[in-house]
Design a binder for this molecule. Structure first.
Ligand SMILES: Cc1cc2nc3c(=O)[nH]c(=O)nc-3n(C[C@H](O)[C@H](O)[C@H](O)COP(=O)(O)OP(=O)(O)OC[C@H]3O[C@@H](n4cnc5c(N)ncnc54)[C@H](O)[C@@H]3O)c2cc1C
Length: 576
């Protein structure tokens, strides 16, 4: 994948009507040396997990043994992307995601425990730490001798993380005194190192600071673990800060950069939920195929029924699109593209919702047996229900993606030129402003020329959808101006249409690489699934764009407001 010369974000350019295919063709692959390392890590993990990790026991006891983390650290699983000089494995984002797919098939709690540790817990130290901080923290964290957490959420600040209330005050000696409370923090009671965030006055400005907290600091305490629906081995706890003195050398990045650091870490981390959903989806599909081909009713295998094939066909074809999109995104990150925040958000939203519906359908096909606790379905469903809520609630990420891609277009049209980022939508406006600067552009390619010619019938409609994305984007910006920040229903449709366009591009890129490697004739199945996915995704994208142009949103607003006013459903057939 060539280094982008003229554009900083593939998706933001799409909504300007531009297809920068040099960013997404050829489809990214990992080099042989890394692939070998990934395979070795996966097989070492599987061998260890077979004897030492019992997902049901973790759920029952709401605990993962310390020894498990220590052993996995020895194997190399607690510092996957950490450079080798600090004792890690030095994997790319793609390599990291592949190992996590394997972990995800064993235990949700373990996956999230390890994910919180490295995807977000110490990611800030890896991205923003000074050399001294990296040397001080990374070796122990990478080898599993210490465990990390990420503490952002507070009782009054969940999605609206910009408005956290914990406060740090700089002291004359350069240290900081921290007060406040965090809630729902993974690895909360057992973690040794936490990245946390607080408001702070810096150069007379009320802003944010990122701090590294260490277990044992005076005034820093974890509360009792929460009693959660799933991910019960995750040791989710509140954290309390009472006059915690944080030394100057534990400030992460520059004071004032705190919110940006939090958002960068989450952007980088949330792609893991997209690729993690891919791994779990594969496992659920395998379980489904085993079951429907074996179980017989009405004298035939369940697999033979029309509605069963409908479900399984949907599972397989949709996963092909999701997998293409998720690993195109890790490839963008590995290629060093500046701004992958929208792609990462779209992969998280698409992946976490797909795997939830997939788990429902897989359980449906398992019948009553799927409801038994002897089967893994109920545990999987309890564990994954949080995926669309944490690391950015999907609704919020849809708004974020839509506002992020509309911003450059608004600037070009001079509709949003002076948008006040501290407007009522607060954090959302700020997110869009913080991440990725102005889009650098020179050329305006508006078609896909790098897709294999055998895919021309699928590539043509993508160019049409891209033109439509721009046209619809322009029209909503002209209609609403700065008021676009409050048009959530439009955000949702635009983000969903964009995700489907991006997924089609990803499939075209992936299948082009397959055709080039093994020839078109030999790739009939891939061609068939690409045609299926792309034509369905194109239909969905166009439908979402149609709905932006024609909808009954006003009715939804009215019905919701009336219901709020009544405080209840209000149309009950019977009086209680
Ligand atoms: C199991 C678990 C693990 C967690 N781990 C961590 C952790 O390690 N570290 C950490 O800091 N936090 C963690 N959290 C917190 C998590 O990130 C938050 O729950 C999440 O950010 C959402 O915040 P909230 O729950 O306060 O929901 P709210 O912000 O109150 O939102 C509730 C719902 O309202 C809707 N909504 C909110 N804003 C908008 C909007 N602008 N437009 C449309 N709809 C909207 C969404 O549907 C959202 O789900 C965890 C939570 C859980 C349950």
């Amino acid at each position: 994948m060539s280094e982008p010369a003229d554009v900083t974000s593939f998706s933001k350019a799409l909504v300007l009507g531009e297809i920068h295919e040099e960013l997404v063709f050829p489809y990214p692959t990992s080099d042989e040396a890394e692939a070998g390392k990934v395979r070795a890590l996966i097989s070492a993990f599987r061998a260890y997990a077979a004897d030492h990790v019992d997902a049901r026991r973790i759920d029952d006891e709401a605990w993962i043994d310390d020894q498990v983390y220590r052993d996995l650290g020895e194997i190399g699983l607690t510092g996957l992307y950490v450079p080798e000089e600090y004792g890690g494995q030095g994997l790319s984002q793609t390599g990291y995601a592949r190992v996590f797919e394997a972990i995800g098939t064993v235990s949700g709690s373990l996956t999230i425990g390890l994910g919180v540790h490295q995807s977000i817990g110490f990611k800030g130290i890896a991205l923003y730490g000074t050399d001294e901080q990296r040397e001080r923290f990374l070796p122990d964290l990478a080898r599993g001798r210490k465990l990390a957490g990420f503490a952002l959420t507070e009782p009054n600040a969940g999605s609206d993380a910009y408005n956290i209330e914990s406060r740090a005050v700089r002291q004359p000696d350069g240290s900081w005194v921290l007060n406040g409370e965090k809630r729902w923090i993974g690895n909360g009671g057992r973690g040794d190192v936490f990245t946390t965030f607080a408001r702070a006055e810096v150069d007379g400005r009320d802003t944010h600071v990122a701090l590294i907290l260490e277990k044992g600091m005076e005034g820093f305490e974890a509360g009792e673990p929460y009693d959660t629906m799933g991910l019960r081995g995750n040791n989710l706890c509140p954290l309390y800060f009472r006059d915690v003195r944080v030394p100057r050398e534990n400030v992460l990045g520059e004071p004032g950069q705190g919110f940006r650091i939090a958002m960068d870490v989450l952007n980088n981390g949330r792609i893991g939920l997209g690729t993690g959903s891919v791994g779990l989806a594969k496992q659920l599909i395998d379980m489904t195929i085993d079951h429907v081909t074996e179980r017989r009713q009405f004298g035939r295998a369940l697999a033979d029924f029309d509605m069963v094939e409908d479900k399984v066909g949907w599972m397989v074809s949709y996963l092909f699109g999701l997998e293409s999109m998720a690993y195109l995104t890790t490839g963008l990150i590995d290629a060093g593209i500046d701004d992958y925040s929208v792609e990462s958000a779209m992969a998280k939203v698409t992946g976490t919702e797909f795997v939830w519906y997939l788990a429902n359908r897989a359980m449906q096909l398992k019948g009553g047996a799927g409801y038994m606790r002897t089967e893994p379905y109920e545990l999987i469903m309890r564990d994954i229900r949080i995926f669309p809520i944490f690391e950015g609630a999907n609704d919020v990420l849809r708004s974020y993606a839509a506002l992020s891609v509309l911003k450059p277009l608004g600037e070009e049209l001079e509709v949003l030129a002076d948008t006040d980022l501290s407007d009522p939508i607060g954090a959302l406006g700020a997110w869009a402003g913080y991440l990725g600067g102005r889009l650098k552009r020179e050329v305006r390619p508006d078609r896909i020329s790098l897709a294999h010619e055998a895919l021309a019938e699928l590539a043509g409609p993508v160019a049409d959808q891209v033109k439509r994305l721009r046209a619809v984007g322009e029209s909503v910006l002209r209609e609403h101006g700065k008021g676009i920040v409050n048009q959530g229903m439009t955000h949702k449709r635009l983000a969903d249409a964009l995700a489907d366009v991006y997924a089609q591009v990803a499939v075209l890129s992936r299948v082009t690489a397959i055709f080039e490697e093994q020839g078109v004739e030999a790739s009939g199945q891939e061609r068939f699934i690409a045609e299926t996915f792309c034509s369905r995704a194109a239909r969905r994208a166009n439908l979402e764009l149609d709905k932006i142009e024609s909808n009954d949103d006003e009715r939804m607003h009215s019905i919701a407001r009336l219901a709020y006013k009544r405080g209840k459903y209000g149309y009950a057939l019977f009086e209680d």
